[in-house]
Design a protein around this ligand. Structure first.
Ligand code: ADP
Ligand code: MG
Length: 275
């Protein structure tokens, strides 16, 4: 199998959809773990106060642990709050503690409140173009957003250069996407012109139902090339993994869910950053 090309600069993905339960966290941790397994250097930033991404990556996120909150609210350098995932090689994690729930309010009165995360990520010495950061440069940063369009998600949209939108192959899949895309347009116009909705991932796809096929088709009609060819099947193994502090990539590497996430990660890497 040919080695995956490393991107020229760090690709910073915002994994967002204000709908809960569509597979944001699952896709963040599994794509991140798959990229790590494929030899890419990855940083996951947990931006959801629930800390589910931290749990799945086996990183402590009880109150008091150095976390995204410290970077966002107190300006602590991101490198000081990131720790390696015991799960996968090449993977660092900035965990989220429940304190982050308060940040949504606390940030309101802070200077440059929308660009705190951007400053934190872009100020990390391992983030940037290959030329300026060293061999240990991160190839991918994935930001797992909470299920809302508040100040936390806004910070992610300002920080990122690409967006990954997971869409659950279920009834009402496209509901709410209009509002999300309007927010993205607003951010592009005023705060981050470099943001690109590069990646749509259809999750929890049940190949036995016509409903799932119909939803996937509708998503492709709307978004065309932005939609990954790989879809993620609904699979119990995927949903069991977090309770073992694991991603499905290590919990059951041969399972259909793991193989699909590996394929999705490869597709993302081969497609490359939008020009
Ligand atoms: P979000 O972060 O968007 O709220 P999650 O990633 O937490 O969504 O997923 C919601 C629920 O669905 C979780 O319980 C998760 O384990 C489950 N889930 C996600 N993807 C799959 C899948 N492919 N197959 C089965 N269950 C899944
Ligand atoms: Mg989540």
């Amino acid at each position: 199998r040919p080695a995956l090309p490393r991107p020229e600069g760090t690709r910073i993905f915002v994994v967002a959809n204000q709908k809960g339960g569509v597979g944001k966290t699952t896709s963040t941790v599994n794509v991140a773990a798959a990229l790590g397994q494929l030899g890419q250097r990855v940083l996951v930033v947990d931006l959801d106060p629930q800390g589910n991404a931290s749990t799945a990556l086996g990183v402590e996120h009880r109150r008091g642990v150095a976390s995204t909150y410290d970077a966002l609210v107190d300006g602590v350098p991101l490198a000081e709050v990131a720790s390696p995932s015991p799960e996968v090689d090449n993977l660092m994690v900035v965990p989220a503690t429940i304190d982050l729930a308060g940040a949504e309010i606390e940030l309101v009165s802070v200077v440059a409140r929308e660009s705190r995360l951007r400053k934190a990520i872009h100020g990390h010495p391992q983030v940037g173009a290959a030329a300026e950061a060293g061999e240990d440069r991160f190839d991918y940063v994935l930001i797992d957003c909470p299920p809302s369009l508040g100040l936390l998600t806004l910070n992610a949209l300002v920080a990122g250069n690409e967006m990954m939108i997971p869409i659950q192959a279920e009834y009402y899949a496209l509901e709410g996407l209009g509002q999300l895309l309007e927010t993205v347009e607003m951010v592009k116009a005023h705060l981050n012109p470099g943001l690109d909705v590069s990646t749509i991932l259809v999750t929890m796809y049940d190949a036995r139902t016509r409903l799932a096929a119909g939803v996937a088709e509708e998503v492709r009609e709307h978004f065309g090339d932005q939609v990954l060819k790989t879809t993620i099947p609904r699979s119990v193994r995927v949903s069991e993994a977090p309770s073992y502090g694991q991603t499905v990539m290590t919990y059951d590497p041969g399972s259909p869910g793991a193989l699909s996430y590996l394929e999705a990660a490869r597709e993302i890497a081969i497609k490359g950053a939008p020009s």
